[in-house]
Design a protein around this ligand. Sequence first.
Ligand code: FES
Length: 346
Amino acid sequence: MSEVNASTVKLLPSGRSFSVNAHETILEAALRQNIGLPYGCRNGACGACKGRVVEGQVKHRQYQEKALPAAESAAGQALLCCAEASSSELVIEARESSAGEIPVKTLPCRVESIEKIHDVAVLKLKIPASERLQFMAGQYIDILMRDGKARSFSLANAPHDDAFLELHIRHMAGGTFSEYVFKTMKEREILRFKGPLGTFCLNESSDKPIVFLASGTGFAPIKGIIEHMIHQNIQRPMTLYWGGRRPADLYFHHMAESWAQQLPHFRYVPVVSDATEEDQWTGRTGFVHQAVLDDFADLSGHEVYACGAPVVVEAAHQSFIQERQLPADSFFSDAFFLSKDLTPKA
Ligand code: FES
């Protein structure tokens, strides 16, 4: 394919246009010009940035096939985080997201508190009083490490409650940042981060009932979205399925229970896969996505928001769409991998 110096992309259905430079991905170009396209990993791993090339041609950088199977590529789908323009005019059909239009900042922050709940650290970060971080519930930030790497963490607080940024970090043996948080990090320490990033946000134009599916610390962005909905008095029926291996993995179980007690339109289904006798667990057992399959014969009228272990989110994506008639554009999921080193995101 020939190389072009600059191209113009027109988006459908909005009709908005923007330019793309040579060696720039379509997503990079859109974000540079404050056009909000959905994305997650920015690395060809999650499929959140998919769009359909209606006219013109693109060439892809490396990506993972699960994010864009061959049949979808043959049908004109492209991963906009990996696709460069190879024709001077392009027409692309893509969902737009206002989250992508929020300015991304690089800021210092101070560790205000570190609360350890079993093997999860709840970090509260304070940004300078002269700054404000605009974000949407469900987005994430990249903590910038001294070695030049970044670690991505979802924001667990909602935008109306932004005195602190809240992160939930699972202790992973051998995980450089998580070991650091658990063993070395002190309150008042200064970190740097970049954000907000990602487009895992509530589709506020819909009034469909919602299924939230979280595994482990995948609860964090879902907590942010639910707190945002409570604050905005959005009364869509919603059910939270939260899965963990042991009951202690549901580290904010009481918070979810209190939402269920207070909100008539909210249901909470905790699911544990490997309870032991000493846990005395009397609730649902098995895989969390299977609990949804057991409870819903048809998801065609729902939206699903899923976050957590990639294997759980992928199993949910496949089975809900293929076996429960969930429309593909009603499945929202967070990025599964860090952009830099493919380490699972907390
Ligand atoms: S595959 Fe493009 S953002 Fe994840």
